[in-house]
Design a protein around this ligand. Structure first.
Ligand code: TRP
Length: 334
């Protein structure tokens, strides 16, 4: 458990990250961003990787990489990540991570890489004509970006659990083979349920059903107006029979820290229009302070660049120390 920075004993180190492919949305906020900020407040040391190299696992080109990278930093700052206590860095700025990949790959078999269910799912949904080597090996690269800082807690969604297993396997095998260097990190799953998007399926950047943190109040209203509902005027929370309506109720409930049944009861026979008005109001109220902070930071990107510069510097120092330890443990490598 996290201990306070003043307290004795080892401090918790948290690492997690995102691919810079677009703005973070409410699913990220309730799924992982809140956990990061909570851990930060409890005194944990925070590392956040912007996984730019991972972008080219399932697409040919990393479009608008710099814009998306800056957008992520703005989302983090707006949500409450404090650069004085958090190291925010990009994969590609830390070459030692790539050097850890090589010994790490020697610790997993081709069969293990091939049976990773998240990788299989990404291959099934990929729009690329061929599956690249990076698609199979990126979970080992992800192990490097978790283990380089000896993280012990990794707040992630359910889809990342197989990758955490790869990371734990690599840590364990490294320690067995060469002597104890790495802790085995634990996944930290959010208590919030998987958020549904405006079409009643899982909220996801790639499905254009998400409500970005950075959307304006009007854009949010427009997104919710287009959401899928049904013709039954009586609003009830019934996720299997009414995914659209229930997804919207869940969203309002999370934004207001309430039970979705209570939100439904309040709307009663008001129908989809009243439901959408209530959800829009709940989302916009909850996000208002976050959006105000984001807009403030977005006015001058030199601060964002500074945060990344400092984060990259710190991440490099930590990664080089770990790489030295790894090479020494393996004997004779430089
Ligand atoms: N694979 C994660 C995603 O697609 C991003 C990521 C990269 C990550 N490195 C990580 C998450 C380390 C947790 C820990 O969202």
């Amino acid at each position: 458990p996290p201990t306070s920075p003043e307290g004795p004993g080892p401090m918790t180190r948290m690492l997690t990250g995102d691919r810079p492919t677009g703005p973070l949305h409410l699913g990220h906020y309730f799924g992982t961003l809140q956990n990061r900020v909570r851990l930060q407040h409890s005194g944990a040391e925070i590392f956040v990787v912007i996984a730019d190299y991972q972008v080219i696992t399932d697409r040919d080109i990393a479009d608008d990489l710099l814009d998306h990278t800056h957008g992520l930093v703005l989302d983090y700052l707006a949500a409450g990540i404090d650069p004085a206590r958090a190291t925010v860095f990009t994969h590609s700025a830390v070459p030692a991570l790539n050097q850890l990949l090589l010994p790490f790959l020697s610790l997993v078999s081709v069969a293990e890489l091939g049976r990773n269910p998240t990788v299989k799912d990404e291959i099934a949904h990929s729009r690329q004509s061929a599956v690249s080597g990076l698609m199979f090996t990126y979970p080992a690269h992800q192990a490097a970006d978790i283990l380089f800082c000896k993280a012990d807690v990794v707040p992630v969604g359910q889809d990342q659990v197989p990758h955490l297993e790869v990371t734990r396997t690599i840590a364990r095998r490294f320690n067995d083979r060469y002597g104890s260097v790495f802790p085995e990190p634990e996944a930290m799953l959010s208590a919030a349920p998987v958020l549904l998007g405006t079409d009643g399926t899982k909220m996801s950047k790639s499905r254009s059903n998400s409500i970005p943190l950075s959307a304006t109040a009007d854009e949010t209203a427009a997104l919710i107006r287009r959401a899928t509902t049904d013709a039954d005027r009586r609003i009830t929370y019934d996720p299997s029979a009414r995914p659209g309506v229930s997804g919207l109720l869940q969203l309002a409930a999370l934004c207001q820290d309430r039970d979705p049944h209570a939100v439904a009861a309040e709307i009663g026979d008001g129908g989809a229009a009243a439901l959408k008005r209530a959800v829009t109001e709940a989302v916009n109220t909850r996000l208002a302070p976050i959006r105000a902070r984001r807009a403030e930071y977005a006015r001058d990107l030199s601060y964002v660049r500074e945060v990344l510069h400092e984060g990259n510097k710190r991440a490099n120092a930590v990664a080089e120390t770990t790489l030295d330890e790894v090479r020494a443990a393996m004997g004779g490598f430089r």
